[in-house]
Design a protein around this ligand. Sequence first.
Ligand code: ASP
Length: 282
Amino acid sequence: MQEKIIIHGGFFSESSDSEEVKVAKQNALANIVKEAFEFLKTHSAMDAAVYAVSLLEDCDLFNAGLGSQIQSDGKIRMSASIMDGESKKFSGVINIEDVKNPVFVAEKLMSFEDSVLSGPEALSFARQHGFSYFNPETSSRKQAYVKKLAESAGVGTVGCVALDRNGKLAAATSTGGKGFELPGRVSDSATVAGNYANDFAAISCTGVGEDIVRAALAAKIVTRVTDGLSLEDACNKSMQELKEFDGFAGVIGISSTGEIFKVDSHPFMVWASYSDTLEVFQ
Ligand code: ASP
């Protein structure tokens, strides 16, 4: 099976991102997808999805890990989840603070029976398992917070979907949330609405978490592919249903037949994919 991988870096914000930021995001996504594709050649889809998301978390252009959005009380709380299409195991962390790579904590939880943890308990788990203190705040996020600019620009989550040489699928998603949210708010990114995979398809979402949860978006698309729809039809039908409530979402996916598809409800999600060739959003 030809390996395939697609990543996203959330939405491009017309109001606060410049042409320079657009080019920087194109370059970052191209470099990360190339590196993750090389990794995928010798690793499983699950390992590659986690690896790609960790690289995206480490890049401060995106709203996940380093450079996460700041919430209304001035704190950064991050969420991440992963799902292995073969084992159907889902694990995640919700609203974790002070770690570098939430996706690695989610990965660590994969082998535990209680596989989704939130808040301070997620942080205690991380510390017990060797994740050291890391402050993900950047000066530009702090400035945006102070100026309250982020009110209109909160959607820059990251995600990855991969298909490995053995035909196995996996998805991983990580976010700093939508920005200025109430402390305690739960993002879609560590739920099956924002991140889902089985033997037939894998999906990672970005956008307004409340809309993505209302649409049960990732799980719904995967179910539709499982029941026989093509990935493209399943995505389009599910995105059509978002229109009922003017839902704001972007989706990347791969099916077990090797179909890659991405779609967004508003202009425009930033993404990059690699199979035979590199493709990057324009
Ligand atoms: N979906 C994320 C959330 O609502 C935000 C994003 O995609 O940027 O927490």
